[in-house]
Design a protein around this ligand. Structure first.
Ligand code: AMP
Length: 197
C-alpha cells in the first residue's frame, strides 16, 4: 500500500502514520523526522535546514525532494510506504508523481486530516505543556508563535496540494478533530481495512 497523509502540523498525522505503519507493515517516510535526524547528525542538509525549521518555515523543495527520492529507493519503501509531511507544496507533489512514474509505482490514497485551525493551536499548546511536565525539552517548532508560522505555511503552500489530489480522484477527507479512535476508524473505512485502533 502506498499512502500520503496530509494535514497541518498538530493534526495527529504522526500518531496515525505510526499506527498505519504497524498495521500494514509500511515504511514511514516522514520528511520532518529525516530532516531532524540530519540536523542531529550535523549533516550538510541539516545545517542548511536547521534555522529554517526552527523558524517554522518550509525547507526548499530541492532538499526535501532529494531526500524522498533517495528514500523511495530503499528496500523497505518498495514494500509499501506512508508519506508523512510530504508533499507540502505543488512542486513537491509534481516531483513525487514523476518519481513514482519512473519507478512504476502508484499511490493508493491520499488521506487529509481536516482540522479547525483555532482548536489546533490549543492542541499544540497542550503538547508543549505535556512535554514540559514530563521534563522533556519541547520541540522548538512547537513554540506557540513558531507553531502559528507553521500553520500559516501549511495554509499558504500546502492548501494547493489537496486540490491536486482531489482532481486525480485520490483525495479522502477525514475529520481530524474527532477523538483518535474515531479518526483511526474513519481512516480504516477509507482504506477498506480493519485494524486495531
Ligand atoms: P514536521 O515534523 O512534518 O512538522 O516537519 C518539521 C519541519 O521540517 C517543518 O516545519 C519544515 O520546516 C520542515 N519540513 C518537513 N517536511 C517538509 C516538506 N515536505 N517541505 C518543506 N519543509 C519540510
Amino acid at each position: 500500500m502506498r499512502l500520503i497523509l496530509l494535514g497541518p502540523p498538530g493534526a495527529g498525522k504522526g500518531t496515525q502514520a505510526l499506527r498505519l505503519v504497524k498495521a500494514f507493515n509500511l515504511a514511514h517516510l516522514s520528511t520532518g523526522d529525516m530532516l531532524r535526524a540530519a540536523v542531529q547528525a550535523g549533516a550538510p542538509i541539516g545545517l542548511k535546514a536547521k534555522a529554517i525549521m526552527d523558524g517554522g518555515n518550509l525547507v526548499s523543495d530541492e532538499i526535501v525532494i532529494g531526500i524522498i527520492a533517495d528514500r523511495l529507493d530503499a528496500p523497505d519503501a518498495r514494500r509499501g510506504f506512508i508519506l508523512d509531511g510530504f508533499p507540502r507544496t505543488l512542486p513537491q507533489a509534481e516531483a513525487l508523481d514523476a518519481l513514482l512514474a519512473r519507478k512504476a509505482m502508484k499511490l493508493d490514497a491520499v488521506i487529509e486530516l481536516v482540522v479547525d485551525a483555532e482548536q489546533l493551536v490549543h492542541r499544540i499548546e497542550g503538547r508543549a505543556a505535556q512535554a514540559r511536565a514530563a521534563g522533556e525539552p519541547a520541540r522548538k517548532d512547537d513554540d506557540p508563535i513558531v507553531f502559528k508560522t507553521r500553520l500559516d505555511a501549511y495554509f499558504r503552500d500546502t492548501a494547493a496540494v489537496t486540490p491536486y489530489y482531489r482532481a486525480r480522484g485520490l483525495l479522502r477527507e477525514v475529520d481530524g478533530m474527532a477523538p483518535i479512535e474515531d479518526v483511526s476508524r474513519a481512516i480504516d473505512e477509507v482504506l477498506g481495512a480493519t485494524t486495531q485502533a
